[in-house]
Design a binder for this molecule. Structure first.
Ligand SMILES: Cc1cc2nc3c(=O)[nH]c(=O)nc-3n(C[C@H](O)[C@H](O)[C@H](O)COP(=O)(O)O)c2cc1C
Ligand SMILES: CC(C)CC(=O)C(=O)O
Length: 381
């Protein structure tokens, strides 16, 4: 590819060309046959937008809030591990890009720059204003170590704790098995003091992660931190109701980008069920997985998501041009989203309602034709 990227998929193509096969394989792959990875993306194409016309769209704003914090766009950054494999500045570069565009950056537990250094880098970028950082937590068997991590991120200025619940064990990513993937030696897990389980290979295999994590632990987290709690990986209405009952503040509807349980629905397909289950509560619902276009963002918001999170496109942008590359990815999808809003006749995110979309199967040519045809030739009785 010789020209500059003009859509998010272009960043993926560039990353495939520039990164070592094992690194690209780690970033790109999903679990097993990667059917859920593909389904996440395809789901967006099976939903169509019904635009309103002759709406004054001279001024369109993409601004919104999440957990009370203002962001310039509902497109936020999902936690992804090991940014150091894409760029030497690693998570610091990603966080700076988010700070400069005033959106939310979610730091992964297994990052290559520490939560304190990353926050400081972003703060400097945003001219000393507090950047909006959330911290993604993998809960470890050693609860004392987990508690210390939570307290550190609270002290460092992080505004929410995102507890990932869809990874009691690691999904089988075939590319990683083929490449015997592990974190390159020169990189460390900067939120920890190195030991066996938290070496690059150990963290990836999940040596320290606690598979016994359950709802009782959510109560424990609420007792050790004042930070709002967001659960990442909720997939069914019943579990969303339990989340409300346990007093969580937000839910990220996620299947880990198709990297864990292959063969489950796309996140967009289950989003309405979750939105419905939390109706009447203050819990905010977000979604990730397969979002690659401005129209995808529009569709997710129309189905009730307050914001969306991007995973892979961010690391591809980082591999392309570091901080600038992440900014390019976010700016491009924000531009597309604003354009989609204008073309659909929506001037602000709260105006994007379910009424704007329709499943493609409900509007097939066969159905439209049958409707029209039956009216035209139906005999008058
Ligand atoms: C390379 C990579 C690393 C990831 N690391 C983490 C992680 O450390 N913690 C976590 O909760 N989710 C992790 N995820 C999942 C993302 O947070 C997110 O759910 C997913 O990437 C969204 O799908 P998308 O990549 O299609 O945008 C990772 C995803 C990828 C692709
Ligand atoms: C270090 C990994 C376990 C991070 C992760 O969640 C992933 O690769 O999907």
């Amino acid at each position: 590819m010789s020209s500059a990227p003009v859509c998010l998929d272009d960043f993926e193509k560039l990353a495939r060309l520039s990164l070592p096969a094992s690194v690209f394989g780690y970033y790109f792959s999903g679990a097993d046959a990667e059917s859920t990875l593909q389904r996440n993306k395809d789901a967006y194409d099976s939903l169509l937008i019904r635009p309103r016309i002759l709406v004054d769209v001279e001024k369109v704003t993409t601004e919104t809030t999440i957990l009370g914090h203002k962001i310039n766009s509902p497109v936020c950054v999902a936690p992804t591990a090991f940014h150091g494999m894409a760029n030497d500045e690693a998570e610091k570069a990603t966080a700076r890009a988010c700070a400069s565009l005033k959106t939310c950056y979610t730091m992964a537990t297994y990052s290559n720059t520490s939560m304190e250094d990353t926050y400081a880098a972003a703060k400097q970028k945003s001219r000393k204003q507090d950047p909006l950082h959330w911290f993604q937590l993998y809960v470890e068997q050693d609860r004392e170590a987990t508690k210390q991590l939570v307290q550190r991120c609270e002290r460092a200025g992080y505004k929410a704790l995102v507890i990932t619940v869809d990874r009691p064990r690691l999904g089988r990513r075939l590319a990683d098995l083929r490449h015997a993937f592990k974190l390159p030696k020169h990189l460390s897990l900067a939120n920890f003091i190195a030991d066996e389980t938290r070496s690059g290979a150990g963290a990836y295999a999940g040596g320290a992660i606690d598979a016994s994590l359950n709802w009782k632990d959510i109560e424990w987290f609420k007792s050790i931190t004042k930070l709002p709690i967001v659960i990442k990986g909720i997939f069914r209405g019943e579990d969303a109701k339990l989340a409300v009952k346990h007093g969580v503040d937000g839910i990220i509807v996620s299947n880990h980008g198709g990297r864990q349980l292959d063969g489950c629905p796309a996140t967009l397909e289950v989003l309405p069920e979750i939105v419905d289950a939390v109706k009447g509560s203050k819990v905010e619902v977000y979604v990730d997985g397969g979002i690659r276009k401005g129209t995808d963002v529009f569709k997710a918001l129309a189905l009730g998501a307050r914001a969306v999170f991007l995973g892979r496109p961010i690391v591809y942008g980082l591999a392309y041009q570091g901080e600038e590359g992440v900014r390019s990815v976010l700016s491009l999808i924000n531009y597309e989203f604003r354009l989609a809003m204008a073309l659909a006749g929506c001037t602000s995110t709260d105006k994007i309602t379910p009424d704007y979309i329709i499943p493609a199967e409900e509007i097939s040519l066969a159905r439209s034709y049958a409707k029209y045809h039956s009216k035209r030739i139906a005999p008058k009785l």
